[in-house]
Ligand binder design. Sequence first.
Ligand SMILES: N[C@H](CCC[C@H](N)C(=O)O)C(=O)O
Length: 271
Amino acid sequence: MKVPFRKMHGLGNDFVVLDARATPLRLGEDAVRFIGDRHKGVGFDQLVTLEAAPDADLFIRFHNSDGSEAGACGNGTRCAASLVLAETGRSHIAIRTIAGQLAADLLPDGSVRVDMGPPRLGWRDVPLAREMDTLHVPLSAEGVSDAACCSMGNPHATFFVEDLDALDIPAIGPGLENDPLLPERGNIGFAQILSRSQMRLVVWERGAGLTLACGSGACAAVVSARRRGLVDARCAVTVPGGGDLVIEQREDGHVLMSGPVATSFTGELDL
Ligand SMILES: N[C@H](CCC[C@H](N)C(=O)O)C(=O)O
């Protein structure tokens, strides 16, 4: 089966985007992992599949390179939304995912802003293995302790550190991702606050490992930093991929994420 694809990224967080709106695609875990293989396939952090939606302009499904499905992918949502915004000539679209209803806007500078909805802050929402204060979760590893957790449709644990460069994230990421306190595993964010309107962030992603940017992780880090009184409502999040994601939490709690999107190439898979 020949399947056209588009290779895209948002600040280096990279995706293979499939359009299954006209013809449904049912890819098994093996196919997802094959496409994501950076030697035998195309390679991606996430597979982003566009599907038809009865109650929105678009349904988007996300799979990590380990084959697991995710409820949210901020950068992938921006990439998929940019295609539909361009195709329709509209500046606003409604999006549905398995975790809820989102919206996307095309901004005057060509970047795409996604309304990721409100964070989920309860221990069952993240989820955590037992009842506890999600703002101070006893996760720890070399150089980090006391995580702030929330869900943006996917589970996040964020550590705030003095010096990001002093951490060995590839060494501590896997153990934290799979900590028993996180029954659905977790995306692990490491944030260094630079001011009340800027932070650096590196994320060890659930099911994908170290990525150059993580949109939902940037949202989670700003939400958690606000809960701890460390930043204001609008914060630039500088990521290893080079550049900033701009995160703003609205009065109603919704978290807006803006940033660039890019197409690297298109191609055809032979599945
Ligand atoms: N690894 C994440 C999904 C992708 C998140 C990230 N690429 C983003 O932009 O939000 C998870 O399993 O929840």
